[in-house]
Write a protein that binds this ligand. Structure first.
Ligand SMILES: Cc1cc2nc3c(=O)[nH]c(=O)nc-3n(C[C@H](O)[C@H](O)[C@H](O)COP(=O)(O)OP(=O)(O)OC[C@H]3O[C@@H](n4cnc5c(N)ncnc54)[C@H](O)[C@@H]3O)c2cc1C
Ligand code: FES
Length: 322
Protein backbone atom coordinates (compact mmCIF):
# COMPACT_ATOMS: atom_id res chain seq x y z
CA UNK A 1 0.00 0.00 0.00
CA UNK A 2 1.37 3.41 -1.00
CA UNK A 3 2.56 5.91 1.56
CA UNK A 4 -0.03 8.48 0.43
CA UNK A 5 -3.41 8.42 -1.27
CA UNK A 6 -4.17 10.77 -4.14
CA UNK A 7 -7.20 11.32 -6.35
CA UNK A 8 -7.04 11.16 -10.13
CA UNK A 9 -8.17 14.71 -10.89
CA UNK A 10 -7.92 14.63 -14.70
CA UNK A 11 -6.91 12.32 -17.54
CA UNK A 12 -5.79 13.58 -20.94
CA UNK A 13 -5.17 11.53 -24.08
CA UNK A 14 -1.81 12.79 -25.39
CA UNK A 15 -1.44 10.27 -28.23
CA UNK A 16 -3.34 7.05 -29.02
CA UNK A 17 -0.94 5.21 -26.69
CA UNK A 18 -0.03 7.80 -24.05
CA UNK A 19 -2.20 9.23 -21.25
CA UNK A 20 -1.47 12.11 -18.90
CA UNK A 21 -2.78 11.75 -15.35
CA UNK A 22 -3.15 14.60 -12.90
CA UNK A 23 -3.00 13.37 -9.30
CA UNK A 24 -4.19 15.56 -6.41
CA UNK A 25 -3.86 15.22 -2.67
CA UNK A 26 -7.20 14.24 -1.15
CA UNK A 27 -7.47 17.24 1.17
CA UNK A 28 -5.78 19.91 -0.94
CA UNK A 29 -2.62 19.82 1.20
CA UNK A 30 0.78 20.13 -0.48
CA UNK A 31 2.37 16.92 -1.78
CA UNK A 32 6.07 16.34 -1.10
CA UNK A 33 8.22 18.56 -3.32
CA UNK A 34 10.71 17.06 -5.76
CA UNK A 35 13.36 17.97 -8.32
CA UNK A 36 13.40 17.10 -12.05
CA UNK A 37 14.24 13.46 -12.71
CA UNK A 38 12.23 12.25 -9.69
CA UNK A 39 9.60 9.55 -9.88
CA UNK A 40 6.87 8.19 -7.65
CA UNK A 41 5.84 4.57 -7.28
CA UNK A 42 2.17 3.97 -7.90
CA UNK A 43 0.17 1.01 -6.59
CA UNK A 44 -1.25 -0.97 -9.50
CA UNK A 45 -3.14 -4.28 -9.44
CA UNK A 46 0.09 -6.25 -9.91
CA UNK A 47 2.34 -4.41 -7.45
CA UNK A 48 3.86 -0.94 -7.79
CA UNK A 49 5.39 0.79 -10.81
CA UNK A 50 7.59 3.91 -11.00
CA UNK A 51 6.45 6.95 -13.04
CA UNK A 52 8.44 10.16 -13.58
CA UNK A 53 7.03 13.46 -12.38
CA UNK A 54 6.58 16.13 -15.04
CA UNK A 55 6.16 19.19 -12.84
CA UNK A 56 3.82 21.23 -15.02
CA UNK A 57 3.46 22.73 -18.48
CA UNK A 58 5.83 25.05 -20.39
CA UNK A 59 4.91 28.24 -18.58
CA UNK A 60 3.30 27.12 -15.34
CA UNK A 61 4.34 24.81 -12.55
CA UNK A 62 1.66 22.54 -11.17
CA UNK A 63 0.19 23.64 -7.83
CA UNK A 64 1.75 21.99 -4.75
CA UNK A 65 -1.19 19.60 -4.27
CA UNK A 66 -0.71 18.12 -7.76
CA UNK A 67 1.56 15.57 -9.44
CA UNK A 68 1.48 15.17 -13.23
CA UNK A 69 2.60 11.92 -14.91
CA UNK A 70 2.43 10.42 -18.39
CA UNK A 71 1.85 6.72 -18.96
CA UNK A 72 2.50 4.75 -22.12
CA UNK A 73 0.13 1.83 -22.71
CA UNK A 74 2.27 -1.32 -23.00
CA UNK A 75 0.09 -4.34 -23.87
CA UNK A 76 3.12 -6.66 -23.68
CA UNK A 77 3.86 -5.62 -20.07
CA UNK A 78 2.66 -7.16 -16.83
CA UNK A 79 -0.41 -4.98 -16.37
CA UNK A 80 0.74 -1.79 -14.62
CA UNK A 81 0.36 0.49 -17.62
CA UNK A 82 -2.87 -1.20 -18.72
CA UNK A 83 -4.32 -0.59 -15.25
CA UNK A 84 -3.41 3.10 -15.36
CA UNK A 85 -4.46 3.61 -19.00
CA UNK A 86 -7.59 1.45 -19.20
CA UNK A 87 -9.00 0.96 -15.71
CA UNK A 88 -8.29 4.13 -13.77
CA UNK A 89 -10.92 6.84 -14.20
CA UNK A 90 -11.20 10.42 -12.97
CA UNK A 91 -12.12 10.35 -9.28
CA UNK A 92 -10.24 7.09 -8.57
CA UNK A 93 -7.94 6.86 -5.55
CA UNK A 94 -4.34 5.72 -6.06
CA UNK A 95 -1.69 4.80 -3.50
CA UNK A 96 1.68 6.43 -4.18
CA UNK A 97 5.13 6.68 -2.60
CA UNK A 98 7.02 9.85 -1.80
CA UNK A 99 9.16 11.06 -4.75
CA UNK A 100 12.60 9.47 -5.21
CA UNK A 101 15.30 10.72 -7.53
CA UNK A 102 17.89 8.47 -9.20
CA UNK A 103 18.31 10.80 -12.19
CA UNK A 104 18.92 14.19 -10.60
CA UNK A 105 19.69 17.25 -12.72
CA UNK A 106 22.78 19.33 -11.88
CA UNK A 107 22.00 22.98 -12.40
CA UNK A 108 25.43 24.65 -12.28
CA UNK A 109 26.17 26.87 -15.31
CA UNK A 110 27.04 24.54 -18.23
CA UNK A 111 25.91 23.51 -21.68
CA UNK A 112 23.61 20.53 -21.54
CA UNK A 113 22.36 18.02 -24.06
CA UNK A 114 19.05 16.35 -23.17
CA UNK A 115 18.13 13.23 -25.14
CA UNK A 116 14.78 11.45 -24.84
CA UNK A 117 13.71 8.20 -26.44
CA UNK A 118 9.92 7.74 -26.55
CA UNK A 119 8.30 7.83 -23.09
CA UNK A 120 11.77 8.73 -21.74
CA UNK A 121 10.68 12.31 -22.47
CA UNK A 122 8.96 12.35 -19.04
CA UNK A 123 12.01 13.21 -16.86
CA UNK A 124 13.69 15.07 -19.75
CA UNK A 125 10.66 17.39 -20.06
CA UNK A 126 10.85 18.16 -16.32
CA UNK A 127 14.58 18.91 -16.72
CA UNK A 128 14.00 21.15 -19.75
CA UNK A 129 11.43 23.20 -17.85
CA UNK A 130 13.82 23.62 -14.91
CA UNK A 131 16.74 24.65 -17.14
CA UNK A 132 14.49 27.16 -18.90
CA UNK A 133 13.42 28.64 -15.56
CA UNK A 134 17.09 29.00 -14.57
CA UNK A 135 18.07 30.46 -17.95
CA UNK A 136 20.60 27.68 -18.59
CA UNK A 137 21.40 26.80 -22.22
CA UNK A 138 20.53 23.33 -23.50
CA UNK A 139 19.82 21.37 -26.64
CA UNK A 140 17.12 18.76 -26.78
CA UNK A 141 16.78 15.69 -28.96
CA UNK A 142 13.56 13.68 -28.98
CA UNK A 143 13.61 10.29 -30.70
CA UNK A 144 10.61 7.99 -31.17
CA UNK A 145 9.66 4.98 -33.22
CA UNK A 146 6.49 6.66 -34.49
CA UNK A 147 4.40 9.80 -33.96
CA UNK A 148 2.17 7.98 -31.42
CA UNK A 149 5.18 7.74 -29.13
CA UNK A 150 5.89 11.47 -29.31
CA UNK A 151 3.79 13.26 -26.70
CA UNK A 152 4.14 16.98 -25.80
CA UNK A 153 5.86 17.81 -29.11
CA UNK A 154 4.61 21.43 -29.15
CA UNK A 155 5.26 21.93 -25.44
CA UNK A 156 8.82 20.62 -25.79
CA UNK A 157 9.46 22.96 -28.72
CA UNK A 158 8.09 25.88 -26.65
CA UNK A 159 10.35 25.16 -23.68
CA UNK A 160 13.62 24.72 -25.57
CA UNK A 161 15.81 27.78 -26.23
CA UNK A 162 17.18 26.11 -29.39
CA UNK A 163 15.33 24.25 -32.15
CA UNK A 164 14.53 20.72 -30.93
CA UNK A 165 15.75 17.83 -33.03
CA UNK A 166 12.69 15.57 -33.43
CA UNK A 167 13.64 12.24 -34.96
CA UNK A 168 11.11 9.57 -35.93
CA UNK A 169 12.84 6.26 -36.55
CA UNK A 170 11.12 5.27 -39.79
CA UNK A 171 12.61 2.65 -42.05
CA UNK A 172 14.18 5.46 -44.11
CA UNK A 173 15.48 7.52 -41.19
CA UNK A 174 16.53 4.53 -39.07
CA UNK A 175 18.54 5.14 -35.92
CA UNK A 176 19.70 8.57 -34.90
CA UNK A 177 23.41 9.21 -35.35
CA UNK A 178 24.29 10.65 -31.96
CA UNK A 179 27.89 11.62 -32.82
CA UNK A 180 27.17 15.06 -34.38
CA UNK A 181 25.14 16.06 -31.29
CA UNK A 182 28.30 16.27 -29.24
CA UNK A 183 30.04 18.93 -31.36
CA UNK A 184 28.75 21.79 -29.18
CA UNK A 185 29.61 20.09 -25.93
CA UNK A 186 32.78 21.31 -24.27
CA UNK A 187 33.83 21.11 -20.62
CA UNK A 188 31.89 21.46 -18.27
CA UNK A 189 29.07 20.13 -20.43
CA UNK A 190 26.65 17.45 -19.37
CA UNK A 191 24.44 14.97 -21.13
CA UNK A 192 21.21 13.44 -19.82
CA UNK A 193 19.63 10.55 -21.70
CA UNK A 194 16.47 8.60 -20.95
CA UNK A 195 15.55 6.06 -23.59
CA UNK A 196 16.00 2.47 -24.62
CA UNK A 197 19.08 0.50 -23.62
CA UNK A 198 20.36 0.84 -27.19
CA UNK A 199 20.01 4.63 -27.25
CA UNK A 200 21.47 5.06 -23.76
CA UNK A 201 24.41 2.81 -24.57
CA UNK A 202 25.16 4.66 -27.81
CA UNK A 203 24.99 8.05 -26.07
CA UNK A 204 27.21 6.97 -23.18
CA UNK A 205 29.80 5.55 -25.61
CA UNK A 206 29.89 8.70 -27.75
CA UNK A 207 29.98 10.93 -24.65
CA UNK A 208 32.99 9.00 -23.40
CA UNK A 209 34.68 9.21 -26.81
CA UNK A 210 34.15 12.99 -26.67
CA UNK A 211 35.92 13.28 -23.34
CA UNK A 212 32.90 13.50 -21.05
CA UNK A 213 33.42 11.63 -17.81
CA UNK A 214 30.76 9.43 -16.21
CA UNK A 215 30.10 12.32 -13.81
CA UNK A 216 28.98 14.40 -16.80
CA UNK A 217 26.89 11.64 -18.38
CA UNK A 218 23.59 10.79 -16.73
CA UNK A 219 21.25 8.06 -17.90
CA UNK A 220 18.00 6.43 -16.94
CA UNK A 221 16.20 3.58 -18.64
CA UNK A 222 12.60 2.57 -17.89
CA UNK A 223 13.07 -1.02 -19.04
CA UNK A 224 15.26 -3.51 -17.18
CA UNK A 225 18.63 -4.31 -18.73
CA UNK A 226 18.94 -7.45 -20.82
CA UNK A 227 19.76 -10.49 -18.73
CA UNK A 228 23.49 -11.15 -18.75
CA UNK A 229 24.78 -14.43 -17.44
CA UNK A 230 27.74 -13.65 -15.22
CA UNK A 231 30.33 -15.83 -13.63
CA UNK A 232 29.18 -15.69 -9.99
CA UNK A 233 30.91 -17.14 -6.96
CA UNK A 234 29.32 -17.87 -3.57
CA UNK A 235 30.15 -15.70 -0.53
CA UNK A 236 28.95 -15.05 3.03
CA UNK A 237 27.04 -12.09 4.36
CA UNK A 238 26.85 -11.05 8.01
CA UNK A 239 23.93 -8.78 8.91
CA UNK A 240 25.65 -6.87 11.71
CA UNK A 241 22.63 -5.54 13.59
CA UNK A 242 20.86 -8.88 13.86
CA UNK A 243 23.91 -11.13 13.80
CA UNK A 244 22.37 -13.25 11.03
CA UNK A 245 24.87 -15.09 8.80
CA UNK A 246 23.82 -15.93 5.25
CA UNK A 247 25.49 -18.08 2.61
CA UNK A 248 24.88 -16.49 -0.81
CA UNK A 249 25.04 -19.20 -3.47
CA UNK A 250 26.43 -18.53 -6.95
CA UNK A 251 22.96 -18.67 -8.48
CA UNK A 252 21.17 -16.29 -6.07
CA UNK A 253 21.45 -12.65 -5.06
CA UNK A 254 21.81 -11.27 -1.53
CA UNK A 255 18.18 -10.12 -1.73
CA UNK A 256 16.92 -13.54 -2.88
CA UNK A 257 18.86 -15.25 -0.11
CA UNK A 258 17.47 -12.86 2.51
CA UNK A 259 13.91 -13.45 1.32
CA UNK A 260 14.46 -17.21 1.29
CA UNK A 261 15.53 -16.91 4.94
CA UNK A 262 12.46 -14.94 5.99
CA UNK A 263 14.23 -11.55 6.04
CA UNK A 264 12.33 -8.82 4.18
CA UNK A 265 14.49 -5.80 3.38
CA UNK A 266 13.09 -2.86 1.43
CA UNK A 267 13.19 -3.48 -2.32
CA UNK A 268 11.10 -2.93 -5.43
CA UNK A 269 12.51 -3.61 -8.88
CA UNK A 270 14.94 -6.41 -8.09
CA UNK A 271 17.00 -5.31 -11.08
CA UNK A 272 19.19 -2.47 -9.83
CA UNK A 273 17.06 0.37 -11.14
CA UNK A 274 14.75 1.80 -8.49
CA UNK A 275 17.32 2.65 -5.81
CA UNK A 276 15.25 1.30 -2.93
CA UNK A 277 17.41 -1.61 -1.78
CA UNK A 278 20.95 -0.19 -1.26
CA UNK A 279 22.44 -1.10 2.13
CA UNK A 280 25.41 0.31 4.00
CA UNK A 281 28.55 -1.81 3.78
CA UNK A 282 30.48 -2.21 7.03
CA UNK A 283 33.31 -4.26 5.52
CA UNK A 284 34.14 -6.48 2.58
CA UNK A 285 37.15 -8.73 2.06
CA UNK A 286 37.16 -8.08 -1.68
CA UNK A 287 36.04 -5.42 -4.16
CA UNK A 288 32.32 -4.83 -4.56
CA UNK A 289 30.94 -5.86 -7.94
CA UNK A 290 28.33 -3.17 -8.59
CA UNK A 291 25.74 -4.25 -11.16
CA UNK A 292 23.09 -1.62 -10.49
CA UNK A 293 22.10 1.45 -12.49
CA UNK A 294 21.34 3.80 -9.60
CA UNK A 295 24.40 4.38 -7.43
CA UNK A 296 26.57 7.26 -8.62
CA UNK A 297 30.12 6.37 -9.77
CA UNK A 298 31.56 8.03 -6.63
CA UNK A 299 29.24 5.99 -4.40
CA UNK A 300 30.32 2.81 -6.18
CA UNK A 301 33.98 3.71 -5.80
CA UNK A 302 33.57 4.50 -2.11
CA UNK A 303 32.42 0.93 -1.45
CA UNK A 304 30.07 2.18 1.24
CA UNK A 305 26.74 1.11 -0.32
CA UNK A 306 25.59 -1.91 -2.28
CA UNK A 307 22.38 -2.73 -4.16
CA UNK A 308 21.58 -6.10 -2.65
CA UNK A 309 19.23 -7.05 -5.50
CA UNK A 310 21.99 -7.39 -8.11
CA UNK A 311 25.45 -6.62 -6.76
CA UNK A 312 27.95 -8.97 -5.14
CA UNK A 313 31.39 -9.03 -3.55
CA UNK A 314 34.43 -10.50 -5.28
CA UNK A 315 35.61 -12.05 -2.07
CA UNK A 316 34.32 -14.44 0.53
CA UNK A 317 32.68 -12.18 3.14
CA UNK A 318 30.57 -9.02 3.26
CA UNK A 319 29.30 -7.33 6.43
CA UNK A 320 26.19 -5.17 6.06
CA UNK A 321 24.76 -2.63 8.49
CA UNK A 322 21.42 -4.42 8.69
C1 LIG B 1 12.53 5.24 -12.81
C2 LIG B 1 11.42 4.83 -13.76
C3 LIG B 1 10.53 5.81 -14.23
C4 LIG B 1 9.51 5.44 -15.11
N1 LIG B 1 8.69 6.42 -15.60
C5 LIG B 1 7.73 6.09 -16.50
C6 LIG B 1 6.89 7.10 -17.07
O1 LIG B 1 7.01 8.30 -16.77
N2 LIG B 1 5.93 6.71 -17.95
C7 LIG B 1 5.79 5.38 -18.32
O2 LIG B 1 4.88 5.08 -19.12
N3 LIG B 1 6.58 4.42 -17.81
C8 LIG B 1 7.53 4.74 -16.90
N4 LIG B 1 8.31 3.74 -16.37
C9 LIG B 1 8.00 2.34 -16.70
C10 LIG B 1 6.84 1.87 -15.80
O3 LIG B 1 7.25 1.82 -14.44
C11 LIG B 1 6.33 0.48 -16.17
O4 LIG B 1 7.41 -0.40 -16.27
C12 LIG B 1 5.57 0.52 -17.48
O5 LIG B 1 4.41 1.35 -17.35
C13 LIG B 1 5.12 -0.89 -17.89
O6 LIG B 1 4.41 -1.41 -16.80
P1 LIG B 1 3.86 -2.90 -16.87
O7 LIG B 1 3.35 -3.29 -15.53
O8 LIG B 1 2.93 -3.03 -18.03
O9 LIG B 1 5.14 -3.73 -17.23
P2 LIG B 1 6.45 -4.04 -16.35
O10 LIG B 1 6.23 -5.30 -15.59
O11 LIG B 1 6.87 -2.84 -15.55
O12 LIG B 1 7.44 -4.28 -17.52
C14 LIG B 1 7.10 -5.31 -18.44
C15 LIG B 1 8.01 -5.33 -19.58
O13 LIG B 1 7.91 -4.10 -20.29
C16 LIG B 1 9.20 -3.56 -20.47
N5 LIG B 1 9.15 -2.12 -20.40
C17 LIG B 1 8.57 -1.36 -19.43
N6 LIG B 1 8.72 -0.04 -19.74
C18 LIG B 1 9.43 0.00 -20.90
C19 LIG B 1 9.90 1.04 -21.75
N7 LIG B 1 9.67 2.32 -21.50
N8 LIG B 1 10.58 0.70 -22.87
C20 LIG B 1 10.83 -0.59 -23.17
N9 LIG B 1 10.39 -1.63 -22.42
C21 LIG B 1 9.71 -1.34 -21.33
C22 LIG B 1 10.01 -4.12 -19.37
O14 LIG B 1 11.32 -4.30 -19.83
C23 LIG B 1 9.41 -5.46 -19.10
O15 LIG B 1 10.01 -6.48 -19.82
C24 LIG B 1 9.35 4.08 -15.50
C25 LIG B 1 10.24 3.10 -15.01
C26 LIG B 1 11.26 3.47 -14.17
C27 LIG B 1 12.23 2.39 -13.68
S1 FES C 1 15.38 -3.33 -5.58
FE1 FES C 1 15.50 -1.73 -7.02
S2 FES C 1 17.63 -1.21 -7.03
FE2 FES C 1 17.51 -2.99 -5.83
Amino acid sequence: MGQYEVTVAAIRVLTPTIRELLLRSKDGSALQSYAPGAHIEIDVETGTRPYSLLGGMPDADDPPDTYRIMVERRPEGTGGSLFLCDKVAVGATLGISAPRNNFALDTHPANRLLIAGGIGIAPIYAMARQLKRLGRPFDLVYVARDADQMAYRDEIAAVSPNPVLFHIETAEAASLDVKPLFKKLVYPSEVYVCGTHGLNKAVVAVASANGLSRLQTHEQCFAPPPVVVLDNAPFEVLLRLTGVELKIPADATILETMLANGITPKFYCGRGECGICPMTVVSADGPLEHRDHVLKPAEKESGKRICICVSRVKGSRLVLDA
